[in-house]
Design a binder for this molecule. Structure first.
Ligand SMILES: [Zn+2]
Length: 304
């Protein structure tokens, strides 16, 4: 009897491990994590290295991040230089061959994206410009979110070939819901077509193009570079001349400069978290755009 039970347990154990533990997916941002959860469903366990309230340009290759990378089956990054200050160091230190660039467990989703603002001449990063390969904030256009979901589906199907149908179905369902929501977001933003805004960092280009905002200037003279008094004076003159309605800033920037601009020009400041998890109640990629369009339309309506 005992032997039979032991054999039975043995069989059960082998069977349950053959049911496959979820694939461990590690992403650099919460936006990628949210999309990976949509596409992977129950097949994946997803963790992001950054929170939605953190600046993904500037992070340290901390031991906790290296540990996550060392255990990952699939690593996904935004690319286009967004995480270049810390991801290469994390990947080297993680010593996980499965997720090194070129391996099937490594995915740079920017490869499928058409980047905006590619510099016409090489940019020297030593001057502080963190957008040297073009603008990497492309996840703020939902149409790029769909492209990202297709890239993730491709990688997941490569790693789990016998589950490729489920993955494809999940991706299609995500794309369908995204397209449906797009109509709602566009409707909401329609009354504010051409509204002039200034943004702290050059991170709203893709969003502005999709939803019809006009970004006329930036608090940072170059992405990642702190403003000089001369730059701020020019910006204030421009804001008055262009009748700018809103200064948009991420929660991880200091308020003092936007507040100064606001006092001098009478323009309102809107703190807008550009990632999933940055604002309360934003758990999914669709939540993010519900929140962004809601906050923007509220702020722009009050301003007029
Ligand atoms: Zn940036």
């Amino acid at each position: 009897m005992k032997t039979i039970l032991m054999v039975l347990f043995g069989v059960l154990f082998v069977f349950s491990s053959a049911q496959a533990a979820p694939l461990r997916v590690v992403t650099t941002t919460e936006d990628l994590a949210a999309i990976a959860r949509e596409v992977g469903g129950l097949l994946v366990e997803v963790e992001s290295m950054t929170r939605g309230t953190q600046d993904p340009h500037f992070l340290e290759a901390r031991p906790s991040l290296i540990l996550k990378a060392s255990r990952a089956d699939l690593f996904i990054e935004i690319g286009l230089g967004l995480e270049v200050g810390w991801v290469p160091a994390v990947l080297v230190a993680a010593r996980n061959p499965a997720i090194q660039p070129g391996a099937s467990g490594y995915l740079d989703v920017s490869r499928d994206i058409e980047p905006l603002e590619i510099p016409s001449a090489p940019v020297d990063r030593s001057q502080g410009d963190v957008h040297s390969l073009g603008n990497p904030h492309y996840w703020l256009d939902p149409e790029n979110g769909e492209i990202v979901s297709r890239g993730i589906a491709r990688s997941l199907a490569g790693l789990l070939p016998d589950r490729s149908q489920v993955i494809e179905q999940n991706q299609k369902e995500f794309a369908r819901r995204l397209n449906e929501a797009m109509a709602r977001w566009k409707d909401r933003m329609k009354p504010h077509q051409g509204a002039k805004v200034v943004t702290y960092h050059n991170s709203w280009t893709y969003f502005a193009r999709r939803f019809g905002l006009d970004v006329v200037g930036y608090v940072e003279p170059k992405p990642g570079v702190a403003p000089s008094p001369a730059h701020l004076n020019q910006l204030m003159a421009l804001m008055k001349q262009e009748k700018v309605k809103l200064i948009i800033m991420e929660p991880y920037f200091g308020r003092s400069t936007p507040d100064l601009l606001s006092r001098e020009t009478g323009t309102k400041v809107l703190v807008l978290p550009p990632s999933v998890g940055g604002a309360e109640g934003t758990q999914t990629y669709l939540d993010l755009f519900d929140d962004l369009t809601d906050q923007l339309t509220t702020a722009l309506s009050k301003g007029s």
